[in-house]
Design a protein around this ligand. Sequence first.
Ligand code: KIV
Length: 313
Amino acid sequence: MGLSGKKGIKDFNKMKRKGKAIAWVTAYDYPFSYCAEQAGIDMILIGDSGGMVQLGYETTNPVSMNEMLSMAKSVRKGAPNTFIIGDMPQGAYEISTTLAVENALRFVKEAGCDAIKCEGGIRVVDKVKAIVDAGILVCGHLGLTPQSTSSFGGYKVQGKSRTSFEDILKDALALQEAGVYAVLLEAMPAESAEQIAKHLDIPVYGIGAGPNVDGQLLIMHDLLGFYQPFRPKFAKCFIPEVILEYANYLDSLEDVSATGIETRRDGLLVLVQLTLEIYIRKVKNKTFPGKEYVYQLSENALSKLQKSEYWIE
Ligand code: KIV
């Protein structure tokens, strides 16, 4: 832990070794990142999903580097003591290693990010290595990588077939070799994600990748039920569970009518913070994700996967 109490990769590696799950969430602005830090989140991702849930684009593809930086700067202000990760938008890293390093540096120097995240494996490994060599922490992102949904034919679960599982594993090993500090797996069956975690020494986190990884990520607007156009299976909304906690909080106050006069803890801020506290608690005690939020393989698909030469019992 750093001087400010901010967790860093040594803490995350230790948590992995001790089997303690990490809870992270996306945020795109000052108020929500403030709530996340107050709730005790381990890491915040300024995802390019902000292009959809915050800026209203239909996909993440139009988001620009400047829009990402604007969101990242306000997240840093709301969460000064939290490890924050800037998500490289499409076009910010694929063209050349120079462009990739330049944009990764902008996240660090202009927005105060602690790390960056890139989508893709072997196809972008030279860019990832160049960023790592520039001294910047990189988190890999594999499985369903939203910037490439058109090549997947839409938002489709990845790693279900033996070939897809083996390709993702090879990508993950290449990223580890290039020096990423962690890999995030998105929308994969729990069994495939668990296998990938078994092969890697670095932390493997999941968003829709089942419970047997080193931590969970959710999109802020999904866990608050803010974003309606598209809600994947794993995107649990925690608001129905927070109502009781909020009622208990109000009960604990001496004079509800005076709430907010001194502290302003009277509205959405408290609700969002309580919601995040529930999410964090459930990740840490491993009750989230329950099976209704997990992609599972059919017996037939599982037995095919188990024939892979990379399968670890
Ligand atoms: O942009 C984002 O929020 C992401 C997550 C979906 C992993 O990349």
